[in-house]
Design a protein around this ligand. Structure first.
Ligand SMILES: C[S@@+](CC[C@H](N)C(=O)[O-])C[C@H]1O[C@@H](n2cnc3c(N)ncnc32)[C@H](O)[C@@H]1O
Length: 227
């Protein structure tokens, strides 16, 4: 696994890519698949016009831009300075959105700040159980009572082989490169993640990802509620 400064640099480099799909790791994703990710977020979080949303690991702001007309406000944070800068540019006309530097393990906002919490494809960049527990604890701290969080798109360790087979086929060099890359990421034991969420006082449910979203074959969503 790799630490936060590695990922801050990695995503800052990515943020220079031509398109926002490339800059958020969706280089090969089709538009309809992306629209499904937004639709699923809105559905699972049951977004309402009065909702205040925290979007942590918000990348270049594509979710914030898509969701901003439908809710009261969005505060987005990311550890990558390059992504934050690109998001600020993308969101310059969205007056109910702010974008700043910040980590999911130490979110620079007060307690009980949001009604809904989104971290899309972020937990996999945390190093070890302690960092994941800290992120879950921050999710609970920042949610208002009865608030809902979507910690989306987490790689399931039981589907690791299926992932390698699908993206590399029988090509030994591609497989070697993927093994190296995947070592830097966290592949989750699903039950262990649920247990960590319970330990910090969150209700937690594991949900499959919509089949129109390509990551669905190896990732799962975690939906949490602060009681
Ligand atoms: C795969 S991209 C997803 C971006 C965005 N959520 C989306 O779906 O378009 C992962 C993002 O998480 C950010 N990230 C990684 N570790 C983080 C952390 N500890 N705290 C906040 N953001 C983090 C990265 O900088 C990157 O922008």
């Amino acid at each position: 696994m790799a630490d936060q400064s590695f990922w801050a640099d990695f995503w800052t480099q990515k943020s220079q890519a031509d398109t926002d799909f490339q800059a958020t790791g969706r280089g090969t994703m089709d538009v309809v698949g992306y629209l499904y990710t937004v639709r699923e977020c809105a559905r699972v979080l049951d977004l309402q016009p009065e909702d205040e949303l925290l979007d942590i690991g918000g990348g270049t702001g594509v979710f914030a831009l898509s969701l901003s007309p439908f809710i009261k406000s969005i505060r987005s944070f990311d550890i990558s300075p390059g992504s934050v800068k690109r998001a600020q540019g993308n969101l310059s006309d969205a007056d109910n959105v702010s974008v700043d530097l910040g980590s999911i393990t130490d979110i620079p906002v007060g307690d009980e700040t949001c009604d809904k919490f989104l971290a899309y494809s972020v937990l996999q960049y945390l190093e070890g159980d302690d960092a994941v527990r800290q992120a879950l604890s921050e999710t609970r701290r920042t949610l208002r009572p009865n608030g809902v969080g979507l910690l989306a798109a987490n790689p399931d360790k039981d589907r690791y082989d299926a992932y390698i087979d699908r993206v590399c086929g029988d090509d030994p060099k591609a497989r070697e490169a993927q093994y190296d890359l995947q070592k830097t990421l966290q592949w989750f034991d699903v039950e262990r993640l649920v247990k960590l969420a319970h330990e910090v006082g969150l209700e937690a449910t594991v949900c499959p990802i919509h089949p129109r979203i390509w990551q669905s074959f190896y990732m799962f969503d975690l939906v949490v509620r602060r009681t």
